[in-house]
Design a protein around this ligand. Structure first.
Ligand code: TYC
Length: 98
């Protein structure tokens, strides 16, 4: 119909990326000091913040290391799992969509 006029709002083209939490899971065997080291090395935590997160995981079963875009979160999980395996600790690291 040549008489039809559709007026649309200008749509801003920038979209917020999906974000993913990286989580550490508690276990009975991984040494506390190793978990603190992981949080310092891969998540840029201070010794104090790393200790706080580690103790949270120890007492509650799970805790947040950080929130990242998909590819960064996936890289963190792989780095932590490889590092834990290399040192023969059962530490588990997972990601979940926010
Ligand atoms: N529960 C472990 C211990 O008592 C310490 C620990 C903390 C392990 C956090 C894993 O993600 C973890 N040695």
């Amino acid at each position: 119909d040549p008489g039809t006029l559709v007026i649309t709002r200008p749509k801003p083209k920038t979209k917020r990326p999906n974000m993913y939490r990286v989580l550490l899971l508690n276990d009975d065997y991984t040494p506390m000091e190793f978990v603190v080291h992981v949080l310092e090395r891969f998540f840029q935590k201070s010794r104090e913040e790393a200790t706080r997160v580690m103790l949270h995981v120890h007492h509650h079963g799970v805790g947040e290391c950080g929130v990242y875009t998909y590819e960064v979160a996936e890289t963190k999980v792989t780095q932590v799992m490889d590092f834990a395996r290399k040192h023969q600790h059962p530490l588990q690291c997972v990601m979940e969509k926010k």
